[in-house]
Design a protein around this ligand. Structure first.
Ligand code: GDP
Ligand code: MG
Length: 424
């Protein structure tokens, strides 16, 4: 099995939670894109963990975790994350964590550049997590990035870094009028983390290819969701990487293998952190109650998430671009307080009813068309079988399934590992 676990919406659907659960049946979990802008929450008998860079299989001792070539890695952040997990008793060694020699390094100057640009944009800011993600992916495509494997040949790296910093300082000093990047500081930073991390770096493509050939079960864990994908999302308010399942074999390092399945993680309502068009957005008290009920505050940043009802045009589009074969609906329990559940069934664009997810100005101008379906008004977090759910909750799940035209295989009714229903 080569299975991608990807987000159908704007991220924060509960991917970490589902990867932690489903990785029981997998040998390897691979993160294939993004960086420490991710915040994947995992809650199980070991405690509560928010993973930014490490794959969510790291809490299962028998699972091997891979950080793929499609990722951008802030070395200081990664080392902090490893150290914190080790303190919590999680065993992390080069046997259960492998970092691609082709993954790109996010340096302190990428973080600075991210902040400088957001500040320059003022009110027109993108809502970046300010963790350097856009500048480092930009550098990757400009062929000015540094890859993990270069840490293993430090003399050559030092030479190359000189030229890169000269180039980068043209932007930092002349565009942003900020103090220049100090070359020796960067060398020291890289040297420090090389000592800690060098043993984890290897040709993960070779490792995964071997594993796939031996019929090992590999899970590909995406960051963010379809609507934040660089190509298919709400550009330019997207992330800077490919969040879609089709990219998983490339970003993981085995473009010669095909996925055998894609499980889309879809939230029972909508949330969106950061800027950009979010048609189904609710405001005022209705929004505040939903935000509180779902504890919708960014896992990576603590920012309050924007919230709305389930968005059918956006989610159906998300299912399509992810190529999901089946879905896990998460956070159904959060809606338990509602008499009537709001659902955004279509958009109104200049007076016209639109059901396909639009782009550009049409998206910016879109107004939600809301309908209400019956709620169940009771606690469902103890339910473990479909039959135990109240009729209205079953109807709601069936309604979502028909709306996005994809089978729902899992229903999550709580954040803990065992709080879910497997639909037979
Ligand atoms: P990710 O980025 O997709 O991994 O999702 P996040 O971890 O950022 O956000 C999901 C949040 O919802 C986390 O706080 C989870 O612990 C929590 N969560 C996940 N599934 C459920 C669920 O079914 N019910 C409830 N109440 N919380 C959930
Ligand atoms: Mg998250």
């Amino acid at each position: 099995m080569l299975t991608a676990i990807t987000g159908i919406n704007w991220g924060d659907e509960g991917k970490g939670r589902m990867v932690d659960l489903l990785s029981e049946n997998y040998d390897i979990v691979v993160r294939y894109q993004g960086g420490n802008n991710a915040g994947h929450t995992v809650m199980n008998h070991l405690g509560k963990f928010i993973l930014n860079l490490l794959p969510s299989g790291i809490l299962r001792p028998e699972v091997i975790n891979v950080m793929g070539n499609g990722m951008v890695i802030d070395l200081a952040h990664l080392w902090g994350e490893i150290s914190k997990l080790r303190e919590a008793g999680v065993n992390i060694t080069p046997d259960n964590l492998k970092i691609s020699d082709r993954a790109v390094i996010c340096l302190p100057y990428h973080v600075s550049q991210d902040c400088l640009e957001e500040e320059r944009l003022k009110d027109a800011k993108y809502g970046s997590t300010r963790r350097g993600i856009a500048p480092v992916y930009g550098d990757k495509y400009m062929k000015k990035a540094i890859r993990m494997g270069e840490l293993l040949d430090f003399l050559a790296l030092k030479e190359r870094l000189k030229g890169i910093i000269d180039w980068k300082n043209l932007t930092i000093q002349q565009v942003y009028q900020a103090p220049p990047i100090d070359y020796s500081e960067m060398v020291a930073w890289l040297e420090k983390y090389t000592v800690h991390l060098k043993d984890f770096i290897c040709d993960t493509g070779l490792f995964l290819n071997q594993a796939a050939t031996e019929q090992k079960h590999i899970m590909f864990e995406a960051q963010l969701g379809a609507l934040r994908d660089i190509d298919f999302g709400i550009y330019p308010y997207t992330s800077s990487s490919s969040t879609i399942a089709a990219y998983a074999p490339v970003g993981a390092g085995i473009p010669n293998h095909k996925l055998t399945g894609t499980i889309g993680i879809m939230k029972a309502y909508s949330t969106c952190v950061g800027e950009g068009p979010f048609v189904a957005e609710l405001f005022g008290e209705e929004a505040e109650t939903l935000r509180q009920a779902g504890k919708e505050y960014g896992a990576a940043t603590g920012r309050p998430r924007r919230v709305g009802g389930f968005d059918i045009p956006a989610s159906r589009y998300g299912v399509r671009v992810q190529g999901a074969d089946m879905l896990a609906v998460t956070k159904l329990d959060v809606l338990s307080y509602l008499e009537k559940i709001p659902v955004c069934v279509a958009y109104s664009v200049q007076g016209k009813r639109v059901t396909e997810f639009p782009i550009g100005e049409a998206l910016n101008q879109a107004e939600p068309i809301y309908e209400y379906v019956d709620g169940w008004k009771c606690d469902i977090s103890h339910c473990r079988e479909l039959e135990q759910l109240p009729q209205q909750a079953r109807d709601y799940v069936k309604y979502l399934q028909q709306a996005v035209d994809c089978p729902i295989a899992y229903i999550s009714v709580g954040a803990d590992r065992d709080e879910y229903i497997k639909v037979k």
